[in-house]
Design a binder for this molecule. Structure first.
Ligand SMILES: NC(=O)c1ccc[n+]([C@@H]2O[C@H](COP(=O)([O-])OP(=O)(O)OC[C@H]3O[C@@H](n4cnc5c(N)ncnc54)[C@H](OP(=O)(O)O)[C@@H]3O)[C@@H](O)[C@H]2O)c1
Length: 162
């Protein structure tokens, strides 16, 4: 039986109007936000949906890169781990005694994981954006705001479960 505790942390940058992507890209560039993402996730496993991973185009350095795809078997590659479900990725991480994992999108993966994630780090951007990918609605009956930190173009909001 695998019973190790694994903290599942969603990390996302979300525009004022809930957008996270357009044409399989993030529709803004904010260096401070990218630096925050890199600093926070470095050294930890990161999970991406196949579309987001293809949009990034290469594995992120200094992190165990996990990609979720229904075609996982066909896509084995030595520096990236593919799984056919987020749950199978968690099982692998628990078996290998990882304590934290960052869930890095995109929209499909956030929608699947917001139901069970333990924590969320949301960079709430200070502007609206046009897009075709949205972050799911955050239900404040289930989540509480633990902290806020203000940056130039975003507020980093940490949510924990009530
Ligand atoms: N602003 C941010 O913080 C942020 C972060 C990440 C991504 N994004 C944006 O989000 C957008 C991409 O989101 P998206 O929803 O289109 O794609 P996605 O979630 O990145 O990837 C979707 C793919 O993941 C796989 N997948 C998802 N759920 C699965 C399941 N239950 N079982 C098996 N495979 C599953 C499937 O791959 P297969 O088709 O191979 O089966 C599916 O096509 C882009 O615009 C990206 O830039 C924004």
């Amino acid at each position: 039986m695998v019973s190790e505790k694994l903290k599942r942390i969603i990390i996302a940058a979300v525009s004022n109007n809930g957008i996270i992507g357009l044409d399989n890209k993030v529709p803004w560039k904010d260096k401070e936000e990218l630096d925050h993402f890199k600093e926070t996730t470095s050294g930890y496993p990161v999970i991406f949906g196949r579309k987001t991973f293809e949009s990034i185009g290469k594995p992120l350095s200094n992190r165990l890169n996990i990609v979720i795809s229904s075609q996982s078997i066909a896509k084995k590659q030595s520096d990236i781990l593919y799984f056919d479900s987020v749950r199978n990725a968690y099982t692998f991480l628990r078996k290998n005694k990882y304590k934290n994992v960052f869930i890095c999108g995109g929209a499909q993966i956030y929608k699947n994981t917001i139901k069970h994630a333990d924590e969320m780090l949301i960079s709430q951007m200070s502007f609206n954006a046009k897009g075709d990918a949205k972050f799911p609605q955050i239900n404040l009956k289930l989540w509480k705001i633990e902290s806020r930190k203000t940056y130039e173009n975003f507020t980093l909001i940490k949510y924990t479960r009530k």
